[in-house]
Design a protein around this ligand. Structure first.
Ligand code: SUD
Ligand code: ADP
Length: 293
């Protein structure tokens, strides 16, 4: 079975200083999937294995896909005897949710193989046990998450296939843990999410894009000056409608007026030595690919 596992951007990220029992910050997170995908293949095997292309520099057992398979096996009393191959396209330490979407793809694949209803709430519990962003990839996009950013509050109508450019300084990487730690040292207050949530509920994409914000991204840009350089550059370009950091970074995104703007900006960003990709907002999260006849 082959699945496409998309990246996400945060249209709104509001981190608060309060933390829950796990030490997770209270987070309001409004996420949307984009068309940049990892491709995850899950096939029956003698035992569980996970490999990535290109190969990872960390043990298979630490891969979120491996952890998700074990958690599924434990919950449903089954053996996770599958070989998982992940073609990686989503950059690491980017705030694009790469590890989270890969984990969600394995949850969806095993649920399908074992006849588990995709609406089973246990899947959300397993997902949030792997990481705060994982539940998002099991549901519709865009959607609003509360709690630690891992509890679904509202799914919204699909947004138009809006052009987006993603730009990441190649050497920059921000650890999510470190970004939250620095936030605690010097918290930046967040505006309330009500206005952007209302715009999305009404299907008013233009108003929603004007209200994009991320108070954790402010911290990440302070931690990594190259993120600030990318933000400044994107904001100075013609045709960018809204610009912000993806989650905790180090990637940033711009909503663009046209497909041509997104692809021209990706080309110019690459000439600046940055990783960049022109893509668009999509309405699906993890999806099982139907084999071509
Ligand atoms: C910041 C966000 C925004 O979407 O994502 P990324 O930018 O990393 O993609 C999320 O809040 C991250 O989600 P995710 O990357 O899944 O985080 P996890 O693996 O669950 O947590 C990593 C660490 O971040 C901190 N953490 C995470 C979530 C949260 N609400 N409060 C926290 O303090 C904790 O220190 C935790 O140990
Ligand atoms: N399936 C996976 N794909 C990529 N990285 C993974 C995966 N599973 C675990 N990791 C680890 O997660 C780290 C990136 O995590 P994180 O910074 O939270 O990503 P992001 O911010 O891009 O969502 C990698 O450096 C790697 O060690």
């Amino acid at each position: 079975m082959t699945l496409s596992a998309p990246a996400k951007i945060n249209l709104y990220l509001g981190v608060h200083t309060e933390c829950d029992d796990r030490g997770y910050h209270k987070v309001d997170s409004l996420m949307a999937a984009v068309g940049l995908v990892d491709t995850v293949t899950v096939t029956p095997a003698q035992e569980l294995s996970v490999q990535t292309i290109p190969a990872s520099d960390f043990p298979m057992q630490k891969n979120t896909a491996y952890r998700a398979a074990l958690a599924m096996a434990e919950r449903y009393g089954r053996e996770a005897n599958v070989c998982v191959t992940i073609e990686k396209h989503i950059p690491l330490c980017a705030g694009l949710g790469g590890p989270s979407t890969d984990a969600a793809a394995v949850i969806v694949a095993l649920a399908e193989l074992w006849g588990v209803d995709r609406g089973d709430p246990a899947l959300d519990d397993i997902a949030r046990g792997i990481g705060a962003d994982v539940p998002f990839f099991l549901h519709a996009s865009p959607a609003f998450y509360v709690g630690g950013g891992d509890v679904l509050a509202t799914e919204y109508p699909a947004l138009p296939a809006t052009p987006v450019v993603l730009v990441k300084p190649r050497e920059a990487s921000v650890s999510t843990i470190e970004a939250y730690r620095r936030f605690d040292e010097n918290p930046v207050p967040a505006d309330k999410p009500g206005a952007i949530a209302s715009a999305l509920r009404a299907g008013d994409a233009e108003t929603a894009y004007a209200l994009i914000q991320n108070n954790l991204g402010v911290i990440s840009a302070q931690m990594e000056p190259q993120i600030q350089s990318v933000l400044d550059w994107l904001r100075a370009q013609d045709g960018t409608v809204a610009v912000d950091v993806c989650g905790s970074g180090a990637c940033s995104f711009a909503i663009c007026d046209t497909v041509a703007t997104a692809s021209n900006l990706a080309a110019s960003a690459q000439q600046n030595g940055w990783w960049a990709c022109a893509t668009e907002l999509i309405s699906d999260t993890v999806r099982i690919e139907v084999p071509k006849k």
